[in-house]
Design a protein around this ligand. Sequence first.
Ligand code: SF4
Length: 715
Amino acid sequence: MGIEIRKSICRVCSRGCPIDVEIKNEEIRQITPSNPQNGGQLCALGYAYKEYVTRPDRIRTPLRRVGERGSGQWESITWEEAYREIGDKLLKLRAEYGADTVAFYTGYTKWYRPVYQRFVHSFGTLNYGTESSACHQSYRMASELNFGVLTTPDIPNSDLFIGWAYNPFYSGNSQGNPLEEFRERGGRVIIVDPKYTPAAKLADIHLRPDPGTDGALAHFFGNYLIQHGKTDEEYIAAYVHGFPEYKRYVRKFTLEKTAQITGIPEATLLAAAELIADSPVFSISISGAAIPHHTNGMQNCRAIQALLAITGNFDREGGNLPVEYPVDSLNLKVEWDKFVDETRPLSEDGSGYQNSVAWHKKNPGFRAEGRKTCKPKIGSGRFPLWSRVVDEFQSMDLARQILEGTPYPIRAVFALGMNRRMFLENEKLMEALGKLEFFVDVDVFWTDAAKLADIVLPACTSVERAELVCSGPTVRYVSPAIKPLYQSKSDVDILCELADAMELADPLLRRGYEAIVRHVMMKIGITFDDLRSSGAAMKIPGKEPYRPGKSLLLGLRTPTGKIELYSETIADIPEEYGLNPLPTYRDSLPRKGKNEYPLTLVAGSRISTRFHSRFNGVRASDYFRAVPSAELHPLDAQTLGIRQGDAILVTTPTGTMRVHAELTKAAKRGTVFMFQSYADEADVNRIIDGNHLDPYSGFPGYRTVRCKVEGDRAV
Ligand code: SF4
């Protein structure tokens, strides 16, 4: 039998790059890029995707725990037995304690999320949480509070591009190309990043603020633009709410004070401010990870976005354009949103997402008869703003609620991909999972969390399943390239089959993925059969390209319909939470402990050959950075008597971790950078205080942690 090439996608990250899967005798020979979209390239992880799919620690069959929790004793069961056991237990808990006693959680990836969320709604609770409690969603909150929508930089039409922690060479494969092309055409670039990165090499000015001081830096620019008459007064008068309050607030971010807070020399600050002031049309990219990963992260994002508002660079060609609404590709997104809402229960205390002002504007008259009411989502007592703006529970409060049982007990967790590595001080999560009455985990590979489950189910990878892929204005139906390995199944098939076994009152969900896809595609003008038989991406018909300025004219989805520098949504949160409607700045690095812990640990710094913990144990990834390491500036290392490769101890007020020293001038002096998902004893999140959280979003402050470093004398 010859070699056959089948089309599929890589789903290690959300980009979903198209791939050619070379098959011989129904086995994968190799995976190569197949798409002009990426300039015929994959990132390092995509090239290693075959190794990922065939990792030796794949979970192979449904398993039932037979020994003590965590003892590693399992027996294989059939899918039917697994569904029956899970269904019986979840329905019994629901009957005895109410649906909210079960927390439904999902880790990465995201492709199945609307189906999962609908499953949770059909079960009767809003307790649906995801890894987005620590990824991107805080940045999205900021955008929605300010503009009512996410934005994207219109780089090709900008005079100046400001990349705030922007390094697509590590995190976005081919996204680096537009920046290179922009530079070649004479566009000016500012990169803001404490680390020296490949993107920083392309910058006219590279600003290296101390981690977490981005809000102060943005306010300095805001103040400078106001003082030098470089704001757009007409635009502000028409479209901006809260400018006088903002103007008063940013006055205190003088050159001297900002240099002191950020650690950037005054001359460099001035040069950057002048470049911005001389560039009337500019766009900004803000990392959805690096900037929000501070205890002031959400407000820092808002502070940066305020620069677009005061200069008229939101919803303008060359500035930042709205995504999602009313951009053409979003027809399908709207249909998926409706699909999720069709079985949505109501919350009893008004803390649910459906009670947000913006949501009601979008869904007038939503409160339909006959919906069940449910308890406030996990985390809504601690993070009311998150709870109001984001349609998920805040997962950073999950372990606490399980352990303390307040405001109500969580007795069971059903998870697709529970991974302890993203949680701070994650021994507490493990303790909480260990105490549950019932825990189910679905995953592709064995994780520490899966080892604590009562039932473990094997999921398959993207090359083994079908998926409706939406990308820009196009849609594509990808069929499986190979049959699922072992007894694994697609996450969506697992959810639909479980819904059927449980006889949930949701006939559509019970009919399976194909029926669901046909349902959401009904109004987009392409039939499912045409899409499936073509196998190619098809353009959603009948939509005009977006015209900048349209969203402003229609009115934004904020309470005032304007850009809100003074957020009325935040102003509506009870005063006792101490949240400020202006994008105010406060330090993220704890004041306490400066003498004992003089360095700043930045956890979560990306390595191009790893993504979360998904590539742990994959040979191609382990080749680089074979041992877990922390990056230090050579001069800091010299002061500490540390040489390249030495074993070192990184200690925070929460704990100590042993890794190896990687000396590099890419690290700013005073900082220690670490990748966050090394296995076991090198899992840096274990030594970060579980309460080091942003009060606005609940996001973990991974990147501003006090620490000290010393050589490991035990070696
Ligand atoms: S991991 Fe790399 S190849 Fe795979 S989808 Fe993401 S960017 Fe594309």
